[in-house]
Design a protein around this ligand. Sequence first.
Ligand SMILES: [Zn+2]
Length: 282
Amino acid sequence: MTWFTRQKPGVEGAGEGEKRIRTEGLWLKCESCGQIIWKKALDDNLQVCPQCEHHFRLDARARLAVLFDDTAYEEFDAGLTSTDPLHFSDSKPYTERLASMQEATSLSDALISASGKLEGRHLNICVMELKFIGGSMGAVVGEKITRAIERSIEQRVPLVIVSASGGARMQEGAISLMQLAKISAALMRLDEARIPYISVLTDPTTGGVTASFAMLGDLNIAEPGALIGFAGPRVIEQTIRQKLPEGFQRSEFLLEHGFLDAVVKRAEMKHYIAQSLSFFCD
Ligand SMILES: [Zn+2]
């Protein structure tokens, strides 16, 4: 596998101080089981803990590389950027926040729209990038998804959307909320054209994304242990004045209560999608 850069461990003969510097960041502690894991072992295992199978978050590029055959895909609408329609400013101006995010992630916004083959079948895949302003959905994310849906209708190929998002983008206010309706309406047209859409929910999928396209798939499948919900647990507890049950808003709990169709391990996700599409299309 070639989609992760790897640091080399300290070489023989290096001084103590140098050794320490070179081994920094090579190990990390699993946030679930507490096991110390060699970072390379995690990279080789699709960012899943070899000990307890805890699924660490995966960025959008790595996700696309896992799903597409030979890690090859064509990207669409990569140049779309937000125009800051509200001239919004919080702790810093939105335009500045966008610019620093674009530099940090090398993406124009919080989603990559791509097309390629998955186990030999042509399809469109959109993947959200959590590192870009919390994977929030603004006008650009809405437009990119809508265009991907329209391409799917035009070319009659299935669509997969991999969500990882904190919800609507605060800095775009009502314009951000309008994306829920825009994408949902486009998905309706996809449904009428009888083209399958699989929604893959990863940790975390919340807010307006859960309230719209993430839950509108012909299949809604999630990775193990993903946080999926609308409002966060603290807000709900304060509203209903009750303690929430153990594991509330995690994939397994949602599957048990009928909100999801399946919980699928990362290593099996590609084949699961391929099998599902064979079922839908062939
Ligand atoms: Zn672990």
